[in-house]
Design a binder for this molecule. Structure first.
Ligand code: ACO
Length: 181
């Protein structure tokens, strides 16, 4: 097999088909068409794609990994209470990671780590932003290892947070503080 040359770029409209296929392949949850449209048109969503420039036959710009996130108002989230509430700063924000995935044949190369780094760098550049956070299903060991290794703190276990095929599953809430928390 060839040696990959991984590059990172924003997700764009031409990524729509592959983005939808990868989400369907990778996640047990179905996402609405509106979500994918918001991602590729960067409507309220920020995203990064990983591509392998060394892939032949016109695949050198095709997604092999992605992360999607949304900026939210801290006071409107379940973790707003964890930040020091400052009535003079009602516009405190957080970056919420919606989806993160890497194509199976490209796993364990550090691609997810780089994608999360991009999100942290972006969140740190927003003065009102105090943290990056996300939910992960409790049986997802690779993802839990990844977030722990990147110094995210697991602050909550939410019982029955996910409903998949009539089965309830717990989730962990992970937080990475930026700009002093
Ligand atoms: N077992 C244990 N730890 C793992 C594993 C694994 N299979 N894979 C990654 N890790 C941990 C390790 O600590 C690793 O660091 P190390 O190599 O120094 O030990 C660290 O994660 C970074 O690994 P990466 O190579 O950057 O991770 P990768 O690019 O393989 O992607 C991911 C990890 C995204 C979890 C991938 O396995 C995947 O796409 N899984 C399916 C989708 C998914 O679970 N997404 C996250 C759901 S949560 C959310 O979306 C908010």
């Amino acid at each position: 097999s060839h040696r990959p040359t991984i590059c990172y770029r924003p997700i764009q409209p031409s990524d729509l088909e592959v983005l939808e296929r990868l989400h369907a392949d990778i996640f047990p949850i179905r996402y609405e068409e509106e979500f994918f449209q918001s991602v590729v048109h960067a409507r309220d969503i920020v995203s990064w794609a990983a591509v392998d420039r060394s892939r032949p036959n016109g695949h050198s710009d095709e997604l092999i990994g992605f992360v999607t996130a949304r900026i939210v108002l801290a006071k409107e989230t379940e973790i707003g209470d964890l930040l020091i509430y400052d009535p003079l700063k009602p516009d405190q924000t957080l970056v919420y990671i919606l989806t993160l995935g890497v194509v199976e044949t490209y796993r364990n190369l550090g691609i997810a780590r780089s994608l999360i780094r991009q999100v942290i760098k972006y969140a740190s550049s927003i003065p009102t932003c105090h943290a990056v956070y996300l939910h992960v299903i409790s049986y997802n060991i690779p993802a839990i290892h990844l977030y722990k290794k990147m110094s995210f703190k697991c602050i909550r276990r939410l019982q029955g947070f996910y409903l998949i095929n009539d089965q309830h599953y717990d989730s962990f809430l992970f937080v990475y503080y930026v700009n002093g928390g």
